[in-house]
Write a protein that binds this ligand. Structure first.
Ligand code: EPU
Length: 292
């Protein structure tokens, strides 16, 4: 264990990351930790800082492709209950960065708090959603975020208030190492009405996006508000395959990993889509998917 001596209870070596991602592809993390509480997490981050070990935070792996060769350094996952509490007080929700976004959304709806119901069916953790300002055409998480507590790369805990945070399309200023928790300020509404809206959104999403497949979320951002899926379809790329990686027939901004698919297949397909959309339509696609 060398430089991570003293953390044996929570750190594992050469942990396969494929099983921690929706794509179920990619190699191992050199070190992998699931700290049991914030103090343990902070101590680990500080040790890595002093030992020069890089640290990455893994949410639920729904917007992530890990390369076949895996990643050096430490990967941290906030899977323990201490990071996933959800508490409701008046019209605010205080939730841990490791909480599933879906649970935060359903809690809000059940409590008659409006705003988050448009995010139904977005996978991942609250921390991941805040980091990439997850959203749909109906809105994004950033607009409801009043406060976030983060751990910086040096292991300091800092609280960011609404006026210091900037959220834009699939981007947020919360790019510090770990999002420990966030406070969301929502609007009062009728739980029954909210439940109906949530169901409607869920049905639309199910009909327009691949579900139950081995894939992540959308691969590319929508350039200037145009659907990247629509552009990829117009370029004639639905169903295009490289190895086990295929452009979804249902929504062209999704890549499905079939059995025997490797991360390299997905990366090559991403390059091909980018090149063809550029050559045929003159549009430069930017990745939304994170690649490690
Ligand atoms: N369309 C096509 N072909 C396709 C896909 C879409 O013609 O293969 C057309 C649709 O028919 C529709 C338009 O494009 O007219 C928009 O499609 P959709 O409603 O599916 O939305 P999108 O812009 O493609 C965005 C987000 C999704 C989010 C949906 C629903 C991005 C990159 N994508 O997709 O988010 O779920 O809106 O609000 O912003 C994600 O970010 O991972 C993601 C899946």
């Amino acid at each position: 264990m060398g430089s991570l001596t003293g953390f044996e209870k929570i750190v594992r070596q050469a942990e396969p990351l494929a099983m921690h991602t929706w794509f179920q592809l990619g190699g191992p993390a050199e070190h992998f930790a699931e700290p049991r509480n914030a103090d343990e997490l902070i101590a680990l981050v500080k040790r890595c800082r002093s030992e020069g070990i890089s640290v990455r935070v893994l949410g639920r792996g729904s917007n992530l492709l890990v390369r076949d060769e895996g990643v050096p350094g430490l990967v941290v996952r906030l899977s323990e209950p201490a990071f996933s509490e959800i508490r409701v007080a008046g019209n605010t929700i205080l939730a841990g960065g490791g909480a599933r976004l879906g649970r935060v959304v359903t809690t809000a709806v059940r409590e008659g708090l409006a705003g988050l119901e448009v995010l139904v069916a977005i996978p991942g953790t609250l921390g991941g959603a805040l980091h990439g300002n997850a959203g749909t055409h109906g809105g994004d998480i950033g607009q409801w975020t009043a406060q976030a507590t983060v751990v910086t790369h040096s292991g300091d805990v800092v609280t960011r208030h609404r006026e210091e945070m900037v959220f834009s399309y699939r981007q947020s200023s919360l790019d510090e190492l770990v999002i420990l928790s966030a406070k969301l300020e929502l609007e009062d509404d009728d739980p029954h009405e909210l439940g109906k809206r949530l169901q409607k959104q869920w049905i639309i999403r199910k009909a327009s996006q691949p579900m139950g497949h081995q894939c992540a979320g959308c691969v590319f951002k929508n350039p200037r508000g145009v659907s990247a899926g629509e552009l990829i379809e117009s370029a004639g790329l639905k169903g295009t395959r490289i190895g086990g990686a295929v452009v979804s027939d249902r929504h062209a901004n999704f890549i499905i990993a079939e059995p025997e698919c490797t991360s390299n297949d997905v990366l090559r397909l991403i390059d091909l889509i980018r090149a063809q959309v550029h050559d045929r339509l003159g549009v430069e696609l930017e990745l939304e998917l994170e690649i490690w």
